[in-house]
Design a protein around this ligand. Structure first.
Ligand SMILES: Cc1cc2nc3c(=O)[nH]c(=O)nc-3n(C[C@H](O)[C@H](O)[C@H](O)COP(=O)(O)OP(=O)(O)OC[C@H]3O[C@@H](n4cnc5c(N)ncnc54)[C@H](O)[C@@H]3O)c2cc1C
Length: 318
């Protein structure tokens, strides 16, 4: 008999997150003929519930489920995991998933396996693959008895098998939150006239650029090809570009026609925000940089040679 796998669904601004479908697809593999249950709260989850290909989709009701707080989600998901006899709980490697998974693992006394990119049942155990050090290493782990909470890196599994028709959609009263935390308001960064999520060409700069003065080189290339400059997080954290230019998990998700990654290693948190670009071109001196795994074209070379050459070429062909 297969396992029961509980998926922690997520919504952002009333829209179901793609990770919900990805986790459901992975849950089906882990369940191995058992039951897949998906759960979540808020209007975005409720409206999309019937399109999640789980055997049961539980819409967690209660005003405290509309806007995320860690303690409300830990209480609700933990209680549901107990009620449905979940062997495995899957959450995304996301702000919501990370703290929900940790809290649920602690509440249920289950091991937590993080940064998972794949998992399968094997002889009563659960075998997981995790991505470490920004994708440079993979670690395979075995959870004896097959019971665990997993956080799964977004985009590591196709969500196709997670889309479809739900077996049953149920309204479930979410367990009460301890009530120490209350969501007040979402503070969004000021747009400052630039919205990188709407741009067709992004030239993104990473730590390989070395210092703020050198960013001018990348700006020249962006201008020459009619693009806009964006960046990885260290560039924003250093104060070299404003937060509205940040691509990635704690920045913005972009889907331009062309994404040029200049001196960016390709950490999972960055990839999460740009993997769906139509065409990805990466420039990096390290042939083993994970960015090359998602790039359509890769230039293994020094950006201080490659970027001026590309700019010159673009100007010559303008
Ligand atoms: C909770 C959390 C959220 C995060 N959110 C984000 C996020 O939203 N966005 C984000 O980007 N990161 C995010 N990060 C950080 C992320 O883990 C990485 O640290 C970050 O993406 C690395 O940025 P980078 O690729 O610019 O720098 P590095 O990893 O330092 O890579 C620099 C790259 O430049 C290359 N290089 C060096 N010199 C040259 C040269 N002369 N020519 C060409 N290539 C060169 C190097 O080979 C290297 O691959 C987050 C981390 C955490 C824990």
């Amino acid at each position: 008999m297969g396992a029961t796998v509980l998926v922690v669904g997520e919504q952002i601004d009333g829209v179901l997150a793609d990770t919900t479908y990805e986790l459901t697809a992975l849950a089906r593999q882990i369940a191995d003929g058992g039951t897949v249950v998906a759960a979540g709260g808020g209007p975005g989850f409720e409206s999309a519930a019937s399109a999640i290909a789980a055997d049961r989709v539980c819409v967690l009701g209660g005003a405290h489920m509309n806007d995320y707080t860690p303690e409300a989600y830990v209480a609700a998901i933990g209680a549901l995991a107990g009620d449905c006899g979940a062997d495995v709980v899957l959450a995304a490697t996301s702000a919501v998933g990370l703290d929900t998974a940790a809290g649920v693992a602690a509440a249920l006394s289950l091991p937590l396996v993080s940064y998972v990119v794949g998992a399968r049942p094997e002889g009563g155990a659960l075998v997981t693959t995790s991505q470490l050090y920004g994708g440079k290493l993979l670690a395979e782990s075995e959870v004896g008895g097959g019971r665990a909470v997993l956080t799964v890196i977004p985009g590591s599994v196709s969500g196709d098998a997670g889309r479809g028709q739900a077996g049953a959609v149920e309204s479930v009263a979410a367990a009460a939150s301890p009530g120490r935390m209350t969501f007040r308001t979402m503070i969004r960064p000021e747009a400052g006239g630039v919205d990188i999520t709407k741009e067709e060409i992004l030239v993104s700069v990473g730590r390989g650029i070395e210092n703020q003065e050198n960013i001018e080189l990348v700006e020249e290339l962006a201008t020459a090809i009619g693009g806009t400059i964006s960046a990885s997080r260290p560039i924003i954290d250093s104060g070299w570009l404003p937060k509205v230019r940040q691509v990635g998990k704690s920045g913005l998700t972009v889907k331009p026609k062309l994404y040029l990654a200049i001196g960016i290693s390709g950490a999972p948190e960055h990839i999460q925000g740009m993997k769906d670009a139509e065409l990805i071109v990466a420039v990096n001196t390290d042939a083993n940089a994970p960015i090359f795994d998602v790039a359509d074209y890769g230039i293994c070379g020094d950006l201080f040679d490659v970027v001026p050459a590309l700019t010159e070429c673009a100007k010559a062909n303008a």
